[in-house]
Design a protein around this ligand. Structure first.
Ligand code: ATP
Ligand code: MG
Length: 141
């Protein structure tokens, strides 16, 4: 067991429906601690850089447009095995495939508008957290 941090993003489809509190409740119910969060508007440049790994995928342009279509809430979650745990709490990318009780099953609208992002490895979590947060914004006490 190891205490980890992971980056979460509550996406524009969820902020638009005013369900950030519901999602935070589901996160906290799973045992993860929200140790930092801020509501921001992504620019096209920032969203493109964040999703750079997907730039060759056919859905890349749509994904970037979606991510800048409204505010997002970027968060740092901390807990035992936080990276894998949050992936389970989120559920499958496509809500049709997500298990009951997961955020995407309960909240997502489509494979694109799927309400949340979570880092997919401990290494990527470190990179993604430093992409959005400075050291002084991360208070673990
Ligand atoms: P995320 O990285 O947002 O946590 P994920 O790791 O489950 O999601 P990825 O394969 O990394 O899924 O895709 C990144 C995001 O791109 C997805 O969350 C979704 O919003 C969008 N996406 C993925 N596949 C498709 C698709 N086939 N059509 C449209 N959008 C897609
Ligand atoms: Mg991913």
């Amino acid at each position: 067991m190891s205490t980890e941090k992971t980056l979460s993003i509550i996406k524009p489809d969820a902020t638009a429906r005013n369900i950030t509190g519901k999602i935070n409740y589901m996160i906290e119910k799973s045992g993860l601690n929200i140790i930092a969060q801020k509501r921001i508007k992504l620019s096209k440049e920032v969203a493109s850089r964040f999703y750079e790994v997907h730039k060759e995928r056919p859905f890349f342009e749509d994904l970037v447009s979606f991510m800048v279509s409204g505010p997002v809430v970027v968060q740092v979650l901390q807990g035992e095995n936080a990276v894998a745990l949050y992936r389970r709490v989120m559920g499958a990318t496509n809500p049709d495939d997500a298990e009951k009780g997961t955020i995407r099953k309960e909240c997502a609208l489509s494979i694109e508008a799927n309400s949340v992002h979570g880092s997919d490895s401990v290494d990527n979590a470190k990179k993604e957290i430093s992409f959005f947060f400075s050291e002084t914004e991360l208070y673990e006490g």
